[in-house]
Design a protein. Structure first.
Length: 469
């Protein structure tokens, strides 16, 4: 296969921009899946396929049982994979086409189905998308950070660039997806049953992007850490599952990042899916979704060009904590802004700055925690470690959607209604503004004790000495 990755085999070497961009582009396609699942799925199911919000939430909640198990299974598969392409990249090639097909089918619920058959269809397709194919791509993709380099700065750079491409995908989706649905369907609005054809075609185009970005990622990256050329040895990756899990769950830094990842992706549902409901039902104009959410995404995109400088000067942890602070202030601001669109846009930009700073550091921090685990226990758990992180992210998205549906149901939300009750609008406002504030405060308190930035240089020196011996 064609490769434009750097030719160096040294896992500690500085990576070239071809490696960095190749890795980042891999997240562009997967971000469309994340975005469509978190921002549009609930509204699509309630207003286009006319399913009940509470029943859909229950379906997603049950699916989470399979999701967590599948992540751990995929983590073991990655750790046990030995192919010519390495441990991770081979899975991106194998799974990108099934991923594209399944997500298209999920957003193509046949209108002729009875209610019971619809729920079965959604349950099966949701699990194929989330528990099977997305897991089989995202766990290997995250593992590539640790498999490409042992350089802590490069861990941060790869994580930051991955988030940049995720944000580019979000901006494209915020700007074009709804208009594509309307154009391809011929319907007046995207959220009506007549728009189904547009949903299918728009989602199929997103599927093409998933496949193309996966192939570019595979060609632009190289797995260097499975065999350490400078030490002439292969790290111990094939360890028993019980031993690997014990190592992870006694790794205090990794546990902190597990919770932090869960919270960030829970909040993503609140501001992305919540924005659809907020604009359509509280502000009364679904088209405001594009400027309101793009303010967040564009600000996030802009700040991530500066986060590598902040990371170098202040470290990953301090940059991450500053990001959490910005996010919290942004959600407080939109809560008090009410229906003032100008203030909503300003405070969404502040959320984006915070999310860019925190999100840009998160994946690099996870890779650092796995270095710490190797120092602590004498072996790496790259696949299992990233599998559980993936599970936390998807659990955040899934539980976020469940909470979204249940609170909408509790507030009396009626799918397809021309206007919503005041209680439904209050429920939407709580989800969009106030619930994320509480989650951010809890995460801030937990992450205060993170000290790995200061400890890691000594840990890496000790690892080098240990391997030389």
């Amino acid at each position: 296969m064609i490769s434009f990755a750097s030719k160096t085999k040294d896992p500690a070497a500085k990576l070239g921009w071809n490696d960095r961009l190749g890795y980042g582009i891999g997240n562009f396609g997967m971000a469309w899946v994340n975005g469509m699942m978190s921002a549009f799925l609930m509204k699509y199911l309630t207003d286009v396929s006319l399913t009940d919000a509470g029943a859909v939430s229950a379906t997603i909640a049950i699916s989470k049982l399979f999701d967590g198990i599948s992540d751990l299974i995929m983590g073991r598969i990655v750790d046990g994979t030995h192919s010519k392409m390495g441990k991770a990249r081979v899975w991106l090639i194998r799974m990108c086409i099934p991923m594209a097909l399944s997500v298209t089918l999920l957003f193509s619920v046949p209108s002729s189905m009875s209610a019971v058959i619809k729920y079965i269809y959604v349950f099966i397709l949701y699990n194929l998308v989330n528990s099977v194919f997305y897991t089989a791509m995202f766990v290997p993709y995250n593992s590539l950070i640790s498999l490409s380099t042992t350089n802590s700065y490069e861990h941060g750079m790869l994580g930051n660039i991955s988030m940049i491409f995720q944000t580019i995908a979000n901006i494209c989706m915020n700007t074009f997806f709804m208009s594509m649905v309307v154009k391809f369907s011929g319907a007046a609005q995207p959220y009506q049953t007549e728009a189904q054809k547009g949903w299918t075609i728009a989602t199929a185009l997103a599927g093409v992007m998933i496949v193309v970005s996966a192939f570019i990622c595979v060609c632009g990256t190289k797995e260097r850490t499975e065999t350490h050329a400078e030490y002439g040895e292969t790290p111990k990756n094939d360890v028993p599952a019980g031993k690997a899990l014990k190592s992870l769950f006694t790794n205090r830094y990794w546990l902190s990042m597990i919770f932090a990842m869960f919270v960030i992706f829970f909040i993503i549902v609140m501001y992305s899916a919540g924005a659809i409901f907020y604009c359509a039902d509280v502000l009364g104009d679904y088209s405001l979704y594009t400027p309101v959410n793009n303010a967040l995404s564009i600000a996030q995109f802009a700040i991530m060009f500066f986060t590598p400088f902040f990371m170098k000067k202040f470290g990953k942890h301090m940059t991450y904590m500053a990001g959490l602070t910005g996010m919290g202030l942004g959600f407080l601001g939109t809560g008090f802004a009410g229906t003032n669109v100008t203030l909503l846009i300003i405070f969404n930009a502040l959320k984006g700055i915070g999310l860019g700073a925190a999100g840009g550091m998160a994946f690099g921090m996870v890779a650092d925690t796995l270095e710490y685990g190797e120092w602590k226990d004498g072996f790496k758990t790259v696949g299992m470690g990233n599998a559980a992180i993936s599970a936390a992210q998807k659990l955040g998205l899934g539980i976020g959607q469940v909470v979204l549906g249940w609170i909408l149901e509790f507030g009396g939300y009626e799918g397809g209604a021309a206007s919503q009750s005041e209680s439904a609008k209050a429920a939407i406002s709580f989800l969009y503004n106030w619930l994320p504030v509480g989650m951010i405060v809890i995460t801030f308190v937990i992450m205060v004790s993170y000290r790995l930035d200061k400890e890691l240089p000594q840990i890496q020196n000790e690892l080098k000495e240990r391997k030389r011996k």
